[in-house]
Design a protein around this ligand. Structure first.
Ligand SMILES: [Zn+2]
Length: 221
């Protein structure tokens, strides 16, 4: 019987192929390409959390964001390997970054809400990076946020354009009266985070803070 070669079937094949290739091809460090290790000791040290704080403007008031790493060098390469190359085994090396940022956010008892993953990204990857990050840090995430519409690719857009691209794109459900911390892998301009905070507040949540593994070194005005 011929199976129609739909996008879903193709994704399944790619996933299986990627897993097979991973067994056949030599593994190399996600940070520096050193052979025979998924992450060498020197690169693992580069992932030592050094939480820093920034404040992001959002509808209803600013939100404090704690990030454990700068999004460049080894941290950027490792996160890209997780997001684009399917190397989810590296998530474990980032668990400490999630925990350290959460500790600094200082919102005990708050529900951790991961940033939503677009349908297209989920179809491409087969997993949700913020959810995996939460689980690696032994947190059970509350998937309260979802997209209500497609947003264009954020890459190459300036801060204002990103805000326009994301505004009104998310909805939050089942979170009324709860204190929440938003979790994401990377914060760039903060446009997506501002939209998530808007949706959560509109749904009656009290947003205590946001945490990310990494942040771009300098947010452009
Ligand atoms: Zn390395």
């Amino acid at each position: 019987m011929a199976l129609p070669f739909t996008a879903e079937v193709r994704t399944l094949c790619e996933g299986a192929l990627a897993e097979t290739l991973a067994l056949l091809l030599p593994v190399s460090c996600a940070g520096c390409d050193e052979l025979d290790t998924p992450l060498c000791e020197a690169c693992a040290r580069e992932l030592t959390p050094q939480p820093h704080r920034q404040v992001v403007d959002a509808p209803g008031g600013p939100v404090e964001v704690w990030s454990s790493l700068r999004f460049d060098g080894v941290a950027a390469r490792v996160l890209r390997a997780v997001k684009e190359d399917g190397r989810t085994g590296l998530i474990r090396a980032l668990a400490g970054c999630v925990a350290a940022a959460l500790a600094r956010a200082d919102a005990p008892g708050a529900v951790v809400v991961p940033m939503p993953t677009s349908r297209a990204a989920y179809r491409r990857r087969g997993y949700r990076v913020p959810d995996l990050l939460a689980r690696s840090a032994r947190i059970r995430p509350a998937r309260a946020l979802s997209y209500t519409r497609r947003t264009g690719d954020q890459r190459g857009l300036g801060r204002l354009e990103r805000h326009r691209n994301t505004a009104g794109s998310m909805v939050a459900r089942g979170i009324r009266g709860q204190r929440v911390v938003v979790l994401d892998d990377v914060i760039t301009t903060g446009a997506s985070l501002a939209e998530a905070v808007r949706a959560l507040r509109e749904a009656g949540a009290d947003v205590a803070a946001a945490v990310t593994v990494a942040a771009t070194p300098r947010r452009l005005p």
